[in-house]
Design a protein around this ligand. Structure first.
Ligand code: ASP
Length: 571
């Protein structure tokens, strides 16, 4: 006998008269002493079971034992409901199942939370994720995740991409995060790193003639967990040989549109708009601006060069945003406090400083009645960052962000290097394998600040979905980049000898991209964080509430790996 021959959510008025078996979870039970009603649920929906002691005395005996989330199998006849008992809110609301046989397949202990309960603590939801997964929300999200990935795979397949599996256990692959280390029993004292991405392997696939590589790759990065970050996540990772930037972007856009269409959501129009990194920083104070609203940052550096107002005149950069409302003194003070937390020295309100400004300045700012211009004067990066954060903060506060919009765009022309205070030298902006724009190879070492990279980011409503670039395929250029980053020849050989060797044995021009699948699906599902689209995520403390990992291991296990813990570590 089959467990079931109909799904709980599929029965309709037209099925009346059919004899079916259904199986699923008891969603609710209403026991009237005689008649018992049970809503039976599976991932397709619910069907109302009616257990009538006169029709099925044995089933009625079983029905009194049922509690929420018991697993049941019921066999009976689909009957049309009386007009007054039709439930218009349920797709199966026209019918019910008059049960003849009822079996409890599995019981449930008392539940830590009810599935329809609002505001359940997230850690509790994750501790009992199997229950949480039965909710409509999680069912929808996990299935959407699958829909998006299948659509992406179809696009990649149609375009001739080959799915090549690359190792998770490798040497450190520098993507700007810390590595997770993996001790090796056969070689105590040595460690693999879990791949931060398949970056170098996919480049080696190009040298190996694969031509079009892709993978839904798991990546591991030891970073603080946030709404859009987990220790491990999946990305659509691809690489192409003999291509230009436009070919790479085209594939990514096709995947986005394919996934939207498969999910039944109106797809963004192609080609996606583009913004240079310089413009993004100037106009939005961020390299991943949210373009669902305006409130662009204005530059006032030029016009304030001869200002009477010393704060402006002496600052290397002066910019402002115009907010469509006025602020009281105390509100202004609160905003200034925020700006200071973000690193500004202050936040000037035009109304409060206008007496120090010339007619020319006031005219240039052109602020209308009822609006407020808020200024930051400082080094350029500070001004951009603070106004970028302020722009977002105010837009949220004033409800200017349209939740129904999906704005995708590219950010292009990033600098190749950035100066790192931490290392006191140059480091890569994206990763060390991004090619400089053609023609600038020769001046990389003499002018690292001026070098632009052939790098591109994809942004959706202010979330960075992914990054990619045209890669360096010439060993000498690669070595020049390593040198700018302060690596000696020995260090280069030690860490990246295999890459340099490969680049010297017939490396084709190539480029690629990687997009965070979980970020993409979270946004597609309109969820606020990626945990809601991940089956078994970890929480901010870095632990897994379900299994209790990470856990200590006995000394004997550590000893085999050549590891002894410092006294401050848990034992
Ligand atoms: N490996 C890069 C990353 O994971 C993506 C790429 O450059 O293709 O961000």
């Amino acid at each position: 006998m089959a467990w079931r021959d109909a799904m709980c959510g599929e029965l309709r008025a037209g099925d009346a008269g059919r004899r079916v078996s259904v199986a699923g979870w008891a969603d609710t039970r209403r026991d009237f002493g005689g008649l018992v009603f049970v809503d039976l649920r599976d991932h397709t929906g619910k069907t109302q079971l009616v257990i009538n002691p006169e029709r099925a005395p044995a089933a009625a005996g079983v029905a009194h034992e049922i509690r929420n989330e018991f697993v049941l199998q019921a066999t009976g006849e689909v009957v049309a409901r009386e007009p007054e008992t039709v439930n218009p809110n349920l797709p199966t609301g026209q019918i019910e199942l008059q049960v003849d046989e009822l079996r409890i397949l599995s019981r449930s202990t008392a539940l830590p939370f009810q599935l329809d309960e609002e505001g359940v603590d997230e850690t509790l939801r994750l501790r009992y994720r199997w229950l949480d997964m039965r909710t409509e929300r999680m069912q929808r999200n996990l299935r959407l995740n699958h829909t998006a990935i299948s659509a992406i795979r179809r696009v990649m397949d149609e375009r001739g991409f080959v799915d090549v599996w690359t190792p998770s256990m490798t040497r450190g692959t520098p993507e700007g995060a810390r590595d997770f280390l993996l001790p090796v029993r056969l070689q105590p004292g040595r460690f693999y790193a879990l791949a931060q991405s398949p970056q170098l392997f996919k480049q080696l696939c190009m040298v190996g003639g694969i031509d079009r590589y892709y993978q839904i790759a798991t990546c591991w990065r030891d970073e603080d967990l946030r709404a859009d970050r987990q220790f491990e996540f999946r990305q659509l990772d691809y690489e192409m040989a003999f291509v230009e930037r436009e070919d790479v972007l085209d594939v990514m856009e096709a995947c986005v549109v394919g996934a939207f269409e498969a999910a039944g959501v109106e797809a963004p129009t192609r080609p996606f708009p583009r913004l240079s990194f310089g413009d993004a920083m100037l106009r939005y104070g961020s390299d991943k601006p949210d373009l669902r609203f305006g409130m662009e940052i204005q530059d006032a550096t030029e016009v304030t060069r001869d200002s009477e107002f010393g704060v402006f005149k002496n600052a290397p950069c002066v910019r402002y945003v115009v907010v469509p409302r006025t602020y009281s003194r105390s509100e202004q003070a609160r905003l200034e406090e925020l700006a200071k937390e973000w690193g500004a020295k202050g936040l000037a309100n035009l109304t409060q400083i206008s007496k120090f400004l010339s007619e020319r300045e006031l005219q240039a700012f052109g602020v209308e009645e009822g609006s407020t211009a808020l200024f930051v004067a400082d080094e350029e990066p500070v001004v951009a960052r603070v106004l970028g954060l302020l722009r977002l903060h105010l837009a949220r506060e004033l409800d200017l962000i349209r939740a129904d919009l999906d704005v995708f765009h590219w950010v292009l022309d990033f600098p190749l290097f950035e100066h790192s205070e931490e290392f006191g030298g140059w480091t890569f902006m994206h990763h060390a394998f991004t090619a400089p724009v053609p023609g600038s190879e020769a001046t990389l070492e003499s002018d690292p600040a001026g070098a632009l990279g052939q790098h591109y980011d994809l942004i959706w409503n202010g979330w960075e979905l992914g990054s990619g670039s045209i890669r360096i395929h010439d060993a000498e250029v690669q070595q020049a980049v390593f040198r700018v980053m302060g690596m000696t020849d020995e260090e280069q050989r030690d860490k990246f000898g295999y890459l340099l060797d490969a680049l010297q044995m017939g490396a084709p021009p190539h480029g690629g991209f990687a997009m965070g699948i979980d970020r993409f699906v979270a946004l597609l599902a309109r969820e606020p964080d990626i945990r809601q689209v991940t089956a078994f995520p970890k929480i901010a403390s870095g632990s897994d509430p379900l299994t209790g990992a990470p856990t200590p291991f006995p000394d004997s296990a550590l000893q085999e790996l050549g590891i002894r813990l410092l006294p401050s570590q848990p034992d």
